[in-house]
Design a protein around this ligand. Sequence first.
Ligand code: NAD
Length: 496
Amino acid sequence: MNTIPHWINGSPATGETTQAVFNPATGQEQARVVLGGGAEVDAAVQAAAKAFETWSESSLSQRTQVMFTFRQLLVEHEEELGRIISGEHGKTVDDARGEIVRGREVVEFACGLGDVLKGSFSDQVSRGVDVHDFRQPLGVVAGITPFNFPAMVPLWMHPIAIATGNTFILKPSERDPSAANFVADLYQKAGLPDGVFNVVHGGKDAVDAILTHPGIEAVSFVGSTPIAKYVHEQATSHGKRVQALGGAKNHAVVLPDADLEFAANHITAGAYGSAGERCMAVSVAVAVGEAADALVGILERKANEVKVGPGDQPGTEMGPLVTKAAQERVENAVGVAQTQGATVVVDGRGLKVDGHEDGFFTGPSLLDHVTTGMEAYKEELFGPVLAIVRVDSLDQAIDLVNANPYGNGTALFTGSGEAARRFQRRIKVGMIGINVPVPVPMSYYSFGGWKDSLIGDHPIHGPEGIRFYTRPKVVTTRWPQPAQQVTAGFTFPTSS
Ligand code: NAD
């Protein structure tokens, strides 16, 4: 059986301890991944620290040339990488290709480094004195990423970290680890020097080694909220800069003046695409007033039409969940919702896919009359379950969304500009869609939620990415003329 190694200093590195990697569509173990700890993280830090000495001194154009080539390789290998992701995660190949394209956009942003890393210059702030600023890389930085976007989420991090002159250690999810090694190989083919991009596989041991290693300057984390809080606390207490993005419960509010067919179409795709395993998935539809009955009717029809099957089969719209445990957790949650009083309009439990009876499949589930006290509302189910909550007005809908501890994404479906404006100004959520169900910002904006969806103060990629992976210097300069008499004052300097 294939063993997936670490990637340290430009070479594969094996280890003693391994863990199974499954094909979620068949339920079969298909590979093993090595699990690293303190020794592997330390080896990666040593390699990355050595590489930093030269990489941080390379020119902007050398760094962007690597990014341009890397981008082209991502284009050429999109299908192959998409199939690798689909085979370990379960999502459809087309959906996997979609995440590669969205991740590649961050590489494109990094290709424009010469522009986005420009400093500023102020001439003659005082007589004969100028001021300029510039930013420098931090050193060795690390990224810890979730299973649900094994290519895109790391791509939110490493292109910007590397382009700005840092060296990088990726600790991907142990559930779908192969995409990380594939990307490492593409970087090497793109001409990135050994040691600039490293991969250490593993779970908690590897993460803890990263959070406490004195040679790592900054940690980027994306995953569930409890782990995001842990990572933020541990890494900041060890003196590191931390980005920590957490979980979500995303609401789509539907007003009676919306085009309900359009709204239901998009909500269905947002709820069941990637089997609901997206941090921007629509997991709650808030039906306002008389929109409710008609909306539920259309959502029911559409949920029943979703084509569930293996991710590599043409025509499949929704694949299996990532693990058997996830399948059991989601199906159990539907049962709990029923006992707590929700109406199960569409029941996805127990779905069997012909020829894939042991796959981790569950069908789309639609729950109506869900209330905020129910587990199905409070928990991030991270599966193909859409809950309908009914309210009487837009203001009630806004209050409901604002009372939720998460604030990653939200959407409003309406034909009213006034309602849209009121919604976007009052809602306590970081990323908002108006008639757009999954409002993931483009790479030249930054991505990040509010409240429990982002711990600390650092959104990811775009301008915030540049800021996160660099620190500024401000230089005040005077070049006295040879004949000039300069008297040094003892009072605090002011400009004149
Ligand atoms: P997870 O929190 O279980 O794992 C994320 C990473 O943390 C993995 O690399 C994992 O190995 C590591 N980890 C897990 N348990 C740990 C522990 N006890 N100590 C130290 N490290 C640990 O998340 P997941 O299940 O892989 O991904 C799904 C979650 O990620 C969902 O909550 C989803 O909303 C969230 N997510 C958020 C965003 C966002 O942008 N906010 C994006 C994608 C996913």
